[in-house]
Design a protein around this ligand. Structure first.
Ligand code: GAL
Length: 250
């Protein structure tokens, strides 16, 4: 499990009833040692599930999450309980359910893998000379009917400049551009749409000598000629409505 708190922000206004769910699954995939579900601005529900049946629900109307505000959520595995903490509040859930539920068997503790998606916006300092490859794995965070987007920006040292801007309007089009001194350049638009509703994707960006080549699920789909020296790129940002699994720079 990844150590330390993860930072996330809800994707929509609370008036649209967004939710957050964190589940700690055991090796038997139907079992959930700890289920933490936030109905933003309403309540928090905690539970466990064994053999397909939910246990006794623990509900709290304490609501430390704020509309439009990023939050930090930490889950500490203590000997008798999970302790969930946000900056202002803690929730407790026993990890050995008393009424014939969970035993504190080490095998039930989901400590070896991460259930948490990567933080979005994801920002990383990079060097991307010709020959570099960026590989991004993720899944659109919502159905295409809700118009999710994905954006990848290659920033130069001067933070206002973007050497490569790649924006996906899922199921519609892809827009590529660069930005210099606060002004966007000439837009390159494509209606090639290899992304699939609800499906994970693998996005590769290859830095060639004359252009960036974008590869989606193994197929070359888009190119964007260099407008900046690729060596001037210092930072990559991946953001908008996606749940990220990994970002690898090679
Ligand atoms: C604009 C949009 C920017 C950027 C730009 C690219 O319409 O607001 O975020 O995507 O197009 O040309």
């Amino acid at each position: 499990m990844r150590k330390g708190p993860a930072q996330h922000a809800a994707c929509f206004a609370f008036s649209m009833n967004p939710e957050l769910q964190v589940d700690f699954h055991t090796e038997a995939n139907t079992n959930i040692a700890f289920h933490f579900r936030v109905y933003f601005d309403k309540c928090v529900v905690m539970n466990s599930r064994k053999g397909g049946s939910w246990g006794e629900e623990v509900k709290s109307s304490v609501m430390p999450f704020k509309d439009g505000q990023p939050f930090e959520l930490g889950i500490l595995v203590l000997s008798k309980e999970y302790q969930v903490s946000s900056p202002s509040q803690s929730f407790l859930y026993p990890n050995n359910q008393k009424k014939g539920g969970w035993a504190t068997t080490p095998g039930l503790a989901p400590l070896n893998h991460s259930c948490l998606p990567w933080q979005v916006p994801y920002t990383k300092s990079v060097s991307l000379p010709v020959g570099s490859f960026v590989k991004i794995k993720g899944t659109p965070a919502m159905s295409f009917s809700m118009n999710p987007e994905l954006q990848v920006d290659f920033h130069t040292e001067a933070n206002t400049n973007i050497a490569f801007h790649f924006r996906v309007y899922f199921d519609k089009c892809v827009v590529m551009n660069s930005r210099k001194g606060g002004s966007w350049g000439e837009e390159v638009k494509s209606t090639v749409m290899p992304f699939k509703d609800g499906q994970p994707f693998e996005l590769g960006i290859l830095v060639l000598s004359k252009e960036y080549q974008v590869i989606v699920n193994g197929s070359p789909c888009y190119t964007f000629p260099h407008r900046f020296d690729p060596k001037s790129v210092k930072m990559i940002q991946v953001w908008r409505d996606v749940s990220l699994t990994s970002v690898i720079i090679a």
